[in-house]
Design a protein around this ligand. Structure first.
Ligand code: TXA
Ligand code: MG
Length: 318
């Protein structure tokens, strides 16, 4: 069953049931060595799934749970091997969505739901129940509709097994916020060396449309011109934090010039928080509109802007 969370919709299975977890992998078409996140109702439910709960966990739980923070900890025997991809660690979080918390409460004390994002492997994560249906209709039994996700990008993943702790995937809880809660520095994994978070691929969250990131409004015309010559006659979408003036759109139309394409301005995305909330819907919209290319001016690389840029970079990687 697909369930809402505050970040993105997840496809949930009892984390102690190998059979249920295998069905999740099959529905998504996800490689079996990409581990899943286990969702629990509260920090008090970690004991069943985690072997050793370091002191830092209480501090982070008090500051950020329920919320978009996932912790990588040493796993217990209760976790199905299918969840961890055979690793000796497990990723856990307490989600901040009343509907999912109600499901966990209904399942009883200690319940854990393993849930990856409820999309086909490699595609764009779902932030509404309609997105889930578009991706997985016929492959899953049900979607609990909890409305549009409030955060819009996946949780921050923090590895507490290294010193200093390291962010493996940026999200709404920033490394800076984690560091100040913990009272020590928190690093960010550079993405090099062996996969620390298997399944975090360079190319991910990819719509069919080509995604091109430009840093400034001034860079737009150049980007659109380049796009026009590579996709003659194509439709080009623009997505940024600010509405473009008619003059700018006219200038872009003429930059597309003899290529004969059209420029469509998608509804602007707002500040970093607003951008994160609509990001995946706009990537999906690019495909619904049959765009050849989506040109994006991303938010600055602070706070949630770091996560938005991370996902856009993956969406832009062919
Ligand atoms: O916000 C979220 O985290 C959403 C919602 C549904 O909770 N879930 C989500 O799941 O994004 P998924 O499967 O799309 O991404 C899980 C990520 C993967 O990149 C995986 O590599 C990492 O978590 N992960 C899971 N277990 C891990 C482990 N033991 N060590 C390191 N990384 C792990
Ligand atoms: Mg995913």
């Amino acid at each position: 069953m697909a369930v809402p969370t505050e970040t993105v919709y997840g496809l949930a299975a009892d984390a102690s049931s190998p059979e249920a977890v295998r069905r999740v992998f099959a529905a998504k078409g996800r490689p079996v060595d990409h581990p899943l996140i286990v969702h629990v109702a509260s920090v008090d439910d970690l004991g069943r799934w985690v072997d050793e709960v370091p002191a830092d966990v209480a501090v982070l739980a008090a500051a950020f749970w329920p919320g978009p923070l996932t912790l990588v900890l040493r796993r217990s025997r209760a976790v199905a091997d299918e969840v961890t991809g055979g690793r000796d660690t497990v990723a856990v979080r307490v989600p901040a969505h009343p509907l999912l918390l109600a499901v966990l409460a209904e399942l009883g004390p200690g319940a854990g739901l393993a849930a990856p994002s409820a999309n086909r492997f490699g595609g764009v994560s779902p932030t509404t129940a309609a997105h889930v249906v578009a991706d997985l209709d016929g492959r899953i039994d049900a979607v609990l509709d909890g409305g549009p996700c409030q955060v819009g990008v996946e949780s921050t993943i923090l590895d507490l097994g290294v010193s200093p702790p390291e962010v493996l995937r940026p999200g709404a809880v920033s490394a800076v916020a984690l560091g100040s809660a913990l009272g020590r520095s928190v690093g960010s994994w550079a993405g090099d060396g062996p996969a620390r978070a298997p399944g975090m691929l360079a190319s991910h969250y990819s719509p069919a449309a080509r995604v091109v990131m430009v840093e400034t409004i001034d860079g737009l015309a150049d980007a659109v011109r380049a796009v026009g010559s590579s996709s003659p006659g194509g439709r080009v979408g623009l997505l940024g934090g600010l509405a473009l003036s008619n003059t700018t759109v006219d200038a872009l139309e003429s930059a597309l010039g003899s290529a004969g394409g059209t420029v469509l301005e998608l509804e602007p995305a707002g500040d970093a928080e607003g951008f994160a909330r609509v990001l995946y819907d706009r990537l999906r919209q690019a495909d619904r509109l049959g765009l050849a290319v989506l040109v994006v001016v991303p938010p600055p690389a602070v706070g949630l802007g770091i996560a938005v840029r991370d996902r856009l970079a993956r969406a832009a990687t062919p």
